[in-house]
Design a binder for this molecule. Structure first.
Ligand code: ANZ
Ligand code: ZN
Length: 825
């Protein structure tokens, strides 16, 4: 099959690496440590071409650092809780663990076969009790600090998956997993107070500038969405009537005596003509007159059913309901109507806005649609002055608002870490004591897993699991039936890797702080841009929290971030539903791991999309075969591996000398290119070197040139090829390295030394003539081009003196030797 490494060769090297622990992190302090992290896969099937791309790219980095002398930590694990396993288990009537374990075994086999230099001794899986015990521990620490709390709030509900979703999991108003339109429901849920870290999540990003892709930083900044302005209070005009109170609940509510709004433009206060509140927030009901309660209730239902994106859309007409309430303008004392308006969101600012049609488009459209006055365009002297004036009057003060909301972490699904608390009729919410962790999942399968709008752990099948004695009073109590969002599992896994290895996982701590101190932050994190907000935001938050708790030194977990491009096929994203998916296992069977890896890397810069229809793994396989043949012919020419003396005898100007220059130039440039992430260019340069070495091997020395130094130069080239190719095609590289007579592994060969003398560019002297007379001479590189030589020539003092103000009509350049400047006499 085209002559590249066979399946048997692949197996042999995998065994070798495993037996020799080639890719274990040593962690002995002998070499500088470098932690390389890849976003760990979901085990929802076999690995796909997207994984093939990430793994190929990250392995270039891992192997490069290793060659350059670093102690590399390159771990692998599985993000193995979550919906896909549960849905598959429901279809097949089996336990989700079965599906999960099967897929992990398949993916692990494919990843090994792909030849990635993972340290398999540090493998972790988030669905194992030994892991999720610590996910629960993390939740309890957040609870200790008041950073995890239960609240009743309108939340995102996916009607298909029948579970709540975090804001971050709602994309364009739809469920990030299944695409169903998300609705709002009022539920009691667990939240994590990420908003307490909003400023730090923003400010610490300054240090990531240039190290993380700019678009990811922008997305995170927008997601946290800090706005500065003021809060302004509008006094409610008293009337004697009762209020509707909480809509839907009987009885009059307590009516607030003022409405507070958040504005970024307090200077536009003179133009306020109305105040608007969110129809689905608490203020609307509290302000609403009884005769308007039905209208508000209808409005509220409609608002809950529509997505936030839709409501924020400035182009869409904003529905409104007059609440039968009035407030006073804090400056003019004018009476202003209070409306419920769709475009006002309950969770942002104070859930109320001052309507300024003259300055705000949405307010203008709302006023026009509902017959409200347009008001004046007059402003106070600027935001700062406006804030000072409000503070002096006592009607408002400076304020900051964030778009970021707290992280909703409870899910009404089975396949996750149970929320580790107990509900006691006497004591309320009681945390499960640390020494009783993990709270293990009960064994449920098949129909018992069906989502019915509440957690499967709340079903009768889980009764025995749910009933427990209250840890505080010993009375009858119940476990919390919800499970934690999988993003909680993945918010700290990179810390645990630091403490795994031959001694097994630590069983008294989630990770050892001293291990994290040695490895963190991860020097590079490789993964898809689809995690630009969710996972990266949560991981950053948890790292900061654990920093505050004294567990880690760093405040940012990932020093640099690489987002690889997407793998497409025929121009479109690969997907099962489009029928254009390409199976990694099948590609490996057909072309072998090296060819697939080379094709991935050679396709373009790492951050660019790859179209699998445009790549040619068969050509890559032929290239691997060419490399092996080169190694074979070098080996046949002589078995010596120490060729320092012979190459030293290579004479300048010989064929061997030209090849040596190509070899050293390639190794030298590769370092620069790899540092800049131009992996594809390095592959191209190695291909050129193979061609040059082949040609030199076939041609032999020129007549009169000595044979031994020539052969040594070819060997030197073939060895450099093997070492550099090890970054991209490890099986071919190991094989070539061994056939060249070296001990494995090529991964430990070290970066090939570069002789600076061989990098020197030859210089020649160019004559600069003016009207046929030589007026100056300049030294230039032998390969200088006409344009550069022309500029150099015209810049010489000799030319300026000789032309002496006369007009230059023509410059004739013959690089690298002659330039003739022709002037008008
Ligand atoms: C009056 C005004 C005049 C406003 C003007 C803007 C321009 P950002 O920049 O996104 O923070 N607002 C406040 N709370 C809101 C809520 N809960 N739902 C929807 N809109 C809300 O936006 C802040 C501005 O958005 C605030 O400033 C407020 O309108 C509106 F010429 O107040 B502004
Ligand atoms: Zn109790």
């Amino acid at each position: 099959m085209l002559g590249g490494p066979t399946r048997e060769v692949e197996d042999r090297w995998q065994r070798y690496w495993a037996e020799h622990g080639t890719f274990r992190a040593r962690d002995d302090g002998a070499r500088p440590r470098r932690y390389l992290l890849t976003m760990f896969p979901y085990p929802s099937g076999d690995l796909h071409m997207g994984h093939a791309e990430v793994f190929a790219l990250e392995d270039v980095v891992a192997r490069y650092w290793r060659l350059r002398g670093a102690d590399v930590l390159n771990p692998i694990g599985w993000d193995s809780f979550g919906l896909p396993a549960e849905n598959a288990a429901i279809r097949r009537g089996e336990h989700p663990a079965v599906f999960t374990e099967t897929n992990i075994a398949t993916q692990a086999g494919t990843a090994r076969r792909y030849g990635v230099s993972f340290d398999w001794s540090r493998r972790l899986e988030t669905h194992r009790p030994e892991y999720y015990r610590w996910t629960q521990w993390l939740f309890l620490r957040l609870l200790d600090r008041g950073l995890a709390y239960r609240a009743t709030a309108p939340v995102n509900w996916c009607p298909t998956d029948r579970t709540v979703l975090a804001n971050e999991q709602v994309v364009g108003g739809r469920c990030e997993r299944c695409g169903a339109v998300v609705v709002r429901r009022e539920l009691t849920q667990w939240f994590v107070r990420v908003t307490a870290y909003a400023d730090r999540l923003l400010d610490d990003m300054d240090a990531l500038e240039g190290a993380w892709p700019a678009r990811v930083l922008t997305m995170q900044r927008n997601w946290v969405g800090r706005s500065t302005g003021a809060r302004v209070r509008f006094a409610v005009v008293p009337d004697d009537g009762p209020r509707a109170g909480e809509v839907g609940s009987p009885g009059a509510g307590a009516r607030p005596d003022h409405v507070e709004v958040f504005t970024t433009r307090p200077d536009t206060l003179p133009g306020v003509t109305f105040v608007a509140v969110a129809p689905d927030g608490p203020l609307a009901g509290a302000l609403c007159a009884p005769e308007r309660a039905d209208a508000l209730a209808r409005h509220r239902e409609a608002a809950l059913a529509s997505g936030e994106i839709e409501r924020r859309n400035a182009q869409r007409p904003s529905a409104g309901t007059f609440l039968g309430a009035w407030v006073r303008h804090p400056v003019t004392g004018e009476r202003l109507p209070v409306w419920a308006a769709d475009h006002v969101l309950p969770g942002y600012g104070t859930g109320a806005v001052m309507g300024v049609p003259a300055h705000d488009d949405r307010d203008a459209r709302f006023a026009a649609a509902h017959g409200l006055p347009a008001g004046s365009g007059e402003t106070w002297a600027g935001v700062e002055e406006a804030v000072a004036r409000l503070e002096a009057d006592g009607t408002g003060e400076r304020a900051t608002s964030y778009r970021l909301r707290d992280w909703l972490v409870s899910r009404q699904r089975y396949w996750g870490a149970p929320v580790p608390v107990v509900h006691c009729p006497g004591c309320g919410v009681v945390p499960v004591p640390d020494d009783e962790l993990p709270v293990r999942l009960p064994d449920l399968a098949g129909d018992d897993l069906l989502p019915r709008g509440r957690s499967p752990l709340a079903s009768p099948a889980a009764d025995a699991w749910r009933r427990v004695a209250c840890p505080r009073c010993g009375g009858d109590a119940e476990r919390d039936p919800d499970t934690l969002d999988t993003f909680v599992d993945s918010s700290w896994y990179f810390l645990r890797y630091c403490s795994l290895g031959d001694d097994g996982p630590p069983d008294d701590v989630p990770f050892r702080p001293e291990d994290a101190r040695r490895w963190m932050p991860a020097a590079q994190y490789v993964g898809g841009v689809e995690h630009a907000i969710l996972h990266l935001l949560y991981s950053r938050f948890v790292t900061k929290f654990l920093h505050d708790e004294g567990w880690v030194d760093v405040v940012e977990p990932f020093a640099t971030l690489l987002n690889q491009g997407q793998v497409r096929h025929g121009g479109r994203a690969m997907s099962k539903s489009l029928g254009n998916g390409v199976d990694l296992g099948e590609q490996l069977d057909r072309y072998g791991a090296d060819a697939v890896r080379l094709a991935m890397v050679f396709a373009g810069p790492p951050q660019d999309d790859v179209d699998w229809a445009d790549v040619d793994p068969a050509a890559m396989r032929r290239f691997c075969a060419r490399v092996l043949r080169l190694a074979d012919s070098v080996a046949a020419a002589g078995r010596t591996t120490s060729h320092t003396e012979e190459v030293g005898a290579v004479v300048p100007g010989s064929r061997a000398h030209a090849l040596r220059r190509a070899t050293h130039r390639t190794v030298h440039d590769a370092q620069d290119l790899l540092d800049r992430g131009a992996f594809n260019v390095v592959v191209a340069r190695v291909m050129e070197l193979v061609t040059a070495a082949r040609r030199a091997a076939d041609a032999g020395p020129a007549p009169g040139e000595p044979a031994a130094p020539h052969a040594a130069a070819v060997r030197e080239a073939a060895e450099a090829v093997a070492v550099l190719l090890g970054l991209f095609a490890p099986y071919t590289a190991e094989e070539a390295w061994q056939r060249l007579g070296h001990e494995p592994s090529v991964a430990d060969a070290g970066w090939p030394p570069v002789d600076p003398a061989l990098l020197a560019v030859d210089e020649v002297e160019a004559a600069v003539q003016v009207d046929g007379k030589v007026r100056a001479r300049v030294r230039v590189p032998a390969d200088v081009d006409d344009a550069v030589l022309r500029d150099l020539a015209l810049a010489t003092g000799g030319v300026a003196r000789a032309t002496d103000g006369r007009e230059v009509v023509r410059v004739v350049v013959r690089a690298p030797r002659v330039v003739n400047v022709v002037t008008r006499p």
